[in-house]
Design a binder for this molecule. Structure first.
Ligand code: MG
Length: 303
């Protein structure tokens, strides 16, 4: 990973959306300059984003999370211009398709890459389906045991091939939850990954947002990833490495709120205020790509 920019870097200022007399989206100059490489060639650029905490505000009950109202429209607009537009989430694919039912042209990638919609052409290796399905019976047993031993206020989310334990409603039970998860990890071979007031057990298949982003950006000349949590760091790392090697221009964006992990903020090229800030970035990219497209068409049309 290249060295992080100093904390005083103007790139770390919050994005301040302004009113554009033309009805478009405006970011502050520093943010716009950092994002500009993504607009050089949208047809070979990947726009990748996390879901919870990035497109959708964090809520107490994970089952009630919803994307910001404009998110689906903005994603759809991006997909008309950019080579790859994808939501890469730790949620099951079925959850993502339920929450973003009309995101035409947008690849939905669930469980960090274990599940994906059929929108993006790519190597089958992105979804090690059979291997991950073998873990389903193991996860079923783990979910049953965790629900039996943990108080009801600790949420045990059955995500199919993984399970996540949440203590947002009872932070005082964090250690109890962590201990129960560690015991299951030792018993089953599932691997524990920390999240926001949660820990998740996943199959040891080497699939994370880093491996998934590696597949999604293949053949691109530029890419960005927007995220908010520890599980997004592997995606940031992959893009930083591609940038450092000169393979492509990349931008990493952290959506910050009051419980953001400092590692995520420190790792990002650009920090924006929560899902609203992330959506501003995406809307700005869609708007600028659309304007460039229309300007090109006008240049090419007869007088
Ligand atoms: Mg997130």
């Amino acid at each position: 990973m290249p060295p992080a920019a100093p904390l005083s870097s103007p790139l770390r200022r919050r994005a301040h959306p302004l009113t554009d007399p033309g009805g478009g989206h405006v970011l502050d100059d520093a943010a716009a300059a950092r994002l500009a490489p993504l607009l050089r060639s949208p047809s070979s650029t990947a726009i990748l984003t996390d879901f919870d905490g990035t497109l959708a505000p964090i809520v107490e009950d994970p089952a009630s999370a919803r994307p910001l109202p404009e998110a689906e429209t903005v994603l759809r607009e991006l997909a008309r211009r950019f080579k790859v537009v994808a939501v890469v989430s730790g949620r099951p694919l079925a959850f993502l398709t339920d929450r973003l039912p009309a995101a035409d042209g947008v690849a939905l990638v669930g469980l960090y890459g274990l599940e994906r919609s059929g929108t993006v052409d790519g190597p089958d290796a992105l979804v090690p389906g059979r291997a991950s399905r073998r873990w389903r019976p193991v996860v079923v047993g783990v979910v049953d045991r965790l629900r039996a031993v943990l108080p009801a206020e600790v949420g045990v989310e059955d995500k199919g091939m993984t399970t996540a334990v949440h203590w947002r409603r009872r932070p005082d039970l964090a250690e109890l939850a962590r201990a129960a998860v560690a015991e299951e990890a030792a018993r089953t071979g599932l691997v524990a990954h920390d999240g926001r007031m949660s820990v998740e057990l996943r199959p040891p298949l080497g699939v994370d947002k880093g491996s998934t982003v590696t597949d999604l950006v293949r053949g691109c000349t530029a890419a960005c990833f927007l995220g908010d949590d520890l599980g997004d760091l592997p995606a940031f790392d992959v893009l930083d490495a591609l940038s450092a090697s000169g393979a492509m221009d990349t931008v990493t964006v952290a959506a910050r709120d009051r419980e953001s992990a400092p590692e995520v903020l420190a790792a990002a090229d650009l920090v924006v205020p929560g899902p609203a800030g992330a959506l501003d970035v995406l809307a700005w990219l869609a708007d600028r790509a659309d304007r460039a497209d229309r300007a090109d068409q006008a240049d090419g049309s007869p007088d």
